[in-house]
Design a protein around this ligand. Structure first.
Ligand code: NAD
Length: 274
C-alpha cells in the first residue's frame, strides 16, 4: 500500500486547462499535443494568425474541437495578454498551467547588435514572459487552487553563444524571473520551473527560419551539416527534438513534479555539464 501511495496518478492532468504561448510554433505545438494526450484543454496564444488557425484546426481534428482554442495575442502588449486570459477564462473557466514559450531567435555579433535588436529580444522574451507570467499568477491566486508554470528558456540563459548577445541576456532574465515567481507562488501552491532546450532541430520555425540559415551561412556549412554539428558536439551524440521539450514540460507542469519549484531542467543532450 505504501508503494501504491507513492505512485503518481496515471493521468494527473485530466481536466486541467493549459495556456501555451507560441503554441503555433514548433516547440509550442509539441507541448500542446503532449498535454492534449493527457486530457488537458489547451489555449494556444500566438501572434502568427495563419499558423494559429491551421494549428488549431489540425489539433481539433485530432483531439476534438472542444479541447483546443486559439487566441491571437502579442505577448509584448499588456492589453493583448490581459484580453487573452479573459478569453481563456470565458472558454474554460480558468487556467491551471501556463507554458511561456513564445520567442524569436536572432544572430548578430556584439558590435552589430543595434538597440532595436536588443529591445526586440527584451520585449518578446523578458517582458513577454513577465506579462504572461504575472497574469497567470493573478488568475491562479484568484482561483485559489494552485497552479504550475513552465518557462521555456534556453541553454543560452545559462551560457553564452557567439553572436547572440541580446538573446542570451533576455533568456537569462527569463530564468531569473522564474525564481521570483517560484518564491512568491510557493505559499499559494503555484510552482514555476524552467526547461532549457539546447538547439532544437526540425519542426521549429526558428530552426527552419532565418536563424539556422544565418548560422549555417556564417559557418559556411549547409543546414544539414549544422544539425550534424549540434548532434556531434553533444555529450549524448543525440539531437534534441520538440517532443523532448514537450515531455520535460509535461513532467514539470504535472503533479509528477509536485515538489519541484524554482528549478531548471536542461534538455541539452548533456551539453551544459561539461
Ligand atoms: P518557433 O519560431 O517555431 O515558435 C515560436 C512561436 O512564438 C511562433 O509561432 C511565433 O509566431 C510566436 N511568437 C513570436 N513572437 C510572438 C509574440 N510577440 N507574441 C506571441 N507569439 C509570438 O520557435 P521554437 O523553436 O518553437 O521556440 C520556442 C521557444 O523555445 C522560444 O522561446 C525559443 O527561444 C526557445 N528555444 C528554442 C530553441 C531552438 O533551437 N529552436 C533553442 C532554445 C530555446
Amino acid at each position: 500500500e505504501a508503494k501504491l501511495q507513492r505512485m503518481p496518478k496515471a493521468k494527473p492532468l485530466v481536466g486541467k486547462v493549459a495556456l501555451v504561448t507560441g503554441g503555433a510554433g514548433g516547440i509550442g505545438r509539441a507541448i500542446v499535443e503532449r498535454q492534449l494526450q493527457e486530457g488537458v484543454c489547451a489555449v494556444l496564444l500566438d501572434i502568427d494568425v495563419a499558423a494559429l488557425e491551421s494549428t488549431v484546426a489540425e489539433l481539433s481534428k485530432k483531439f476534438g474541437k472542444d479541447v483546443v482554442r486559439g487566441v491571437v495575442c502579442d505577448v509584448t502588449s499588456e492589453e493583448s495578454v490581459i484580453a487573452a486570459y479573459a478569453q481563456a477564462a470565458i472558454e474554460y473557466g480558468g487556467v491551471d498551467i501556463l507554458v511561456s514559450n513564445a520567442g524569436i531567435a536572432s544572430a548578430a555579433p556584439l558590435e552589430d547588435t543595434t538597440l532595436a535588436l536588443w529591445n526586440r529580444n527584451q520585449s518578446i522574451l523578458a517582458t513577454g514572459y513577465f506579462l504572461v507570467g504575472r497574469e497567470a499568477f493573478r488568475l491562479m491566486k484568484a482561483q485559489a487552487v494552485g497552479g504550475s508554470m513552465v518557462f521555456i528558456a534556453s541553454k543560452n540563459g545559462m551560457v553564452a553563444s557567439n553572436q547572440a548577445v541580446a538573446y542570451c541576456a533576455a533568456k537569462a532574465a527569463e530564468i531569473q524571473l522564474s525564481r521570483s515567481f517560484a518564491l512568491e507562488g510557493a505559499p499559494l501552491g503555484i510552482r514555476c520551473n524552467v526547461v532549457n532546450p539546447d538547439a532544437v532541430i526540425r519542426g521549429s520555425k526558428i530552426w527552419t527560419g532565418t536563424w539556422s540559415q544565418e548560422r549555417a551561412a556564417a559557418n559556411k556549412v549547409s543546414e544539414e551539416e549544422l544539425e550534424a554539428f549540434y548532434r556531434d558536439r553533444s555529450m549524448l551524440k543525440r539531437s534534441v527534438f520538440p517532443e523532448d521539450i514537450a515531455e520535460a514540460t509535461y513532467f514539470l507542469a504535472s503533479e509528477l513534479a509536485a515538489k519541484s519549484t524554482g528549478n531548471i531542467l536542461n534538455v541539452d543532450a548533456g551539453n551544459l555539464a561539461a
